[in-house]
Design a protein around this ligand. Sequence first.
Ligand SMILES: *Cc1c(COP(=O)(O)O)cnc(C)c1O
Length: 413
Amino acid sequence: MHTYHTPLDLVRERSPERPVAFVRPDALAVAARWFRTSFTGDVFYAVKANPSPWAIRELAANGVSSFDVASTAEIELVSAHAPGSRMAFMHPVKSRAAIASAYSDHGVRTFALDSHAELAKILAATGGARDLNLIVRLAVEAPGAAYALNGKFGISPYEAPELLRATRQATSELMGVSFHVGSQCMRPSAYQAAMAQASRALVRAAVFADVVDVGGGFPSVYPGMAPPDLAEYVAAIDRGFSEMMVHETTELWCEPGRALVAEGTSLLTRVELRKGDALYLNDGAYGSLFDAAHSKWPFPVKLVRADGGSSAPLKPFQFYGPTCDSIDQMPGPFWLPDDIAEGDHIEIGMLGAYGVAMATRFNGFGDVETVRANDAPMASMFGLAPRSIPTPRQDSGSVIKLTRARGKKRRRR
Ligand SMILES: *Cc1c(COP(=O)(O)O)cnc(C)c1O
């Protein structure tokens, strides 16, 4: 992979026609080491956040060598780039062929489920194996995440006891519970609340869990979305764990995706046309900017101009992507110098998680060059000195509205 010290160096050398992804493996190394030393348990990287081979290798090399995978392709990817590492197949709905191949060809022993039917499927597809670690995914109510992840998967803690007992009886190895508080969780207390719900389900089932897997959801920092320090999340999880009825050897696991990789990639995109406050770029909703379009996610932006930049005042812009689909627009607002024009390049930061991983080739676009940068990421949760980017006060339109289940929707007892 070619290395440029900074995106500006690349723009000075050759004004790139295609979008360029700048990867910063060091940012992943720092994040991986933080989780390894701060989280009091096993850390599984959720591969879907960024399945790039360099990311898998960098995390494995820095102590995160367990992987949360959801498909046969992800299993093959991890086998190829982090051979010998431990994998947990955490998708609660898997094909029989995928289960069989994971078990027999790749040595996967850990499987998630949220139904009796999936439990039966896992047992059948592994030939009645007794050496499985079976993790029951619970749907918890955990306010405070920008993206809810309890809508599709997970059995409600009220229905779970029978499934927990059946799962307990199905294996001689580990039986565990998992949940996902939602991605970009802004409240550390959400984990503790989720663990309390898991604990009540276990008590009602009268079984002990060997594994408590608190899932992903650890946040990164985006414009207008500054979460509490990650240490507060670990502290809340430790408190939650100490309040659970578990036995002495119960293992604590987590599955961060975003927090490990978000800082590690930015995208250099080019302005193909300006129409007033609308900038037409060569990447968009079908490229790496899916979340900017569909979730109005506030990514940091910075003008990268060969002659060194602009002293024009900042003003809010919206972006349009290159495809002909009218949903290919990103409302932002993205604050950039008022004199920005066709041919200028914009670096968009924090696209290492659910950014480059989402790109498609729709309409003939999406061909992205990948190079390495040595400079610091545009923002950091891990004490890396972030580069100075202009950060004007954002109006509330750019900030994701957090789900506020509390107050609005009190659970009846
Ligand atoms: C997506 C996902 C994760 C990672 O979530 P982040 O919010 O990126 O940390 C972890 N576990 C499961 C089961 C997931 O589906």
